[in-house]
Design a protein around this ligand. Structure first.
Ligand code: FES
Ligand SMILES: [Fe+2]
Length: 372
């Protein structure tokens, strides 16, 4: 058991130089390119908000593809939100494209049309999930998750998207998700519902999968969890005893949470050292997508946990920032099992950043306190 591995140096959370490197090295926006249920019939489109609306998912009648949503004339964003269309028409000067991206018309301008088609992403699809070709981490993580859950990813329906902003470094958000040490002390519900003593983990270089089990005799503390479980028993039956949740982290910034019947996909994007945006897509097993009370109950339960998590990450971010500003270099150890996922993520960050940054200037002994 390694207890003295220091956690990530404070500079990783507050150095502009490291943030610039992360933006250069990581594919922050592009690992997840949607789910087939975002466009569930021919000629439907869905603009991916986490790509800053620069990419659109389109069912062109033959297949689902991802096109650039930027006009080839003066580069305006074209489609918005989601909908149904026979062709893409730019709102600015009315250039138009077919659903495969080929230019159809550029009013009043003579040009070589073949040079002005919309780029098409080269993608793979696995169980309904779309991702860039040859970037296999998402697929491998979903495959690994099947060790713990038999949810059918292909038979999920998209039911909600939400964006929210958090005033912490993006890695603090990821850290919270990968910290199973806080579940029982910090979340009143989890104290009596989930059992963090029994976590099964699969760690790879570019992702982690963690399954957490339920307490033998779960007790329900809050109305939100009770409403979710009541709906579960109304529509599905007895709550299964195999697992409470399966949590996937695809490095660096994708979180997938699998609960019974539901899948949440969150893309965490840095806005600045101190702020990040979360783009959250919610999917549910097809057969429950019309049960609005079930969807609402699940969302309320999720909001409760997210509210608590935001409080936690703010507390950690503030404390760490104060130490950083005062030049203190104290780095606490990891819990060997409950923070193993966080340690794996930090190792990934170190691997990627080292070679591009002189980390020896940052890392110190976990016991050392330097006052400047
Ligand atoms: S910017 Fe699209 S037609 Fe001009
Ligand atoms: Fe939490």
């Amino acid at each position: 058991m390694t207890i003295n591995t220091p956690s990530l140096a404070h500079e990783f959370y507050f150095s502009e130089e490291i943030l610039a490197l992360e933006k250069k090295l990581f594919q922050f926006q592009d690992i997840f390119l949607g789910h087939s249920s975002f466009v569930n019939e021919s000629q439907n489109y869905f603009v991916l908000p986490h790509t800053k609306e620069t990419k659109v998912l389109i069912d062109n009648g033959e297949e689902i593809q991802v096109l650039q949503n930027i006009c080839k004339h003066r580069y305006s964003i074209m489609l918005q939100g989601k909908g149904h269309c026979g062709k893409i028409v730019c709102p600015i000067h009315s250039w138009s494209y077919n659903l495969k991206g080929k230019i159809l018309n550029q009013p009043g301008i003579e040009c070589d049309q073949s040079a002005h088609s919309l780029e098409r992403e080269s993608i793979d699809i696995y169980d309904g999930f779309l991702f860039p070709k040859n970037v296999s981490a998402l697929k491998n993580a979903l495959e690994a998750a099947k060790t713990f859950t038999n949810i059918d990813f292909e038979k999920l329906n998209f039911f909600a998207y939400e964006r929210f902003f958090v005033k912490v470094n993006w890695k603090s958000y990821m850290d919270t998700f990968l910290d199973n040490y806080h579940l029982e002390p910090f979340h009143p519900n989890f104290r009596t519902f989930l059992d963090s003593r029994y976590i099964e983990s699969i760690f790879r270089d570019d992702f982690s999968v963690q399954a957490i089990h339920l307490r033998e005799k779960p007790q329900i503390k809050t109305p939100a969890l009770k409403a979710y479980l009541d709906c579960y028993s109304k529509y599905v039956g007895k709550f299964p005893e195999d697992y409470g949740a399966v949590w996937l982290c695809i490095y660096p910034n994708i979180i997938i949470e699998i609960s019974q019947c539901f899948v949440l996909i969150a893309i965490v994007l840095p806005d600045s050292i101190d702020t990040c945006s979360i783009h959250e897509y919610r999917l549910v097993e097809q057969q429950f997508s019309q049960h609005q009370d079930f969807l609402t109950a699940f969302e309320q339960y999720m909001y409760e946990i997210e509210y608590e998590d935001h409080d936690l990450m703010n507390k950690i971010h503030q404390g760490r920032k104060d130490l950083y500003q005062q030049g203190h270099k104290h780095y606490g150890p990891y819990h060997p099992t409950k923070e193993a996922g966080q340690q794996q993520f930090h190792d990934y960050i170190r691997r990627k950043i080292s070679g591009n940054f002189d980390e020896t200037t940052l890392v110190s002994s976990p016991r050392e306190v330097v006052r400047v």
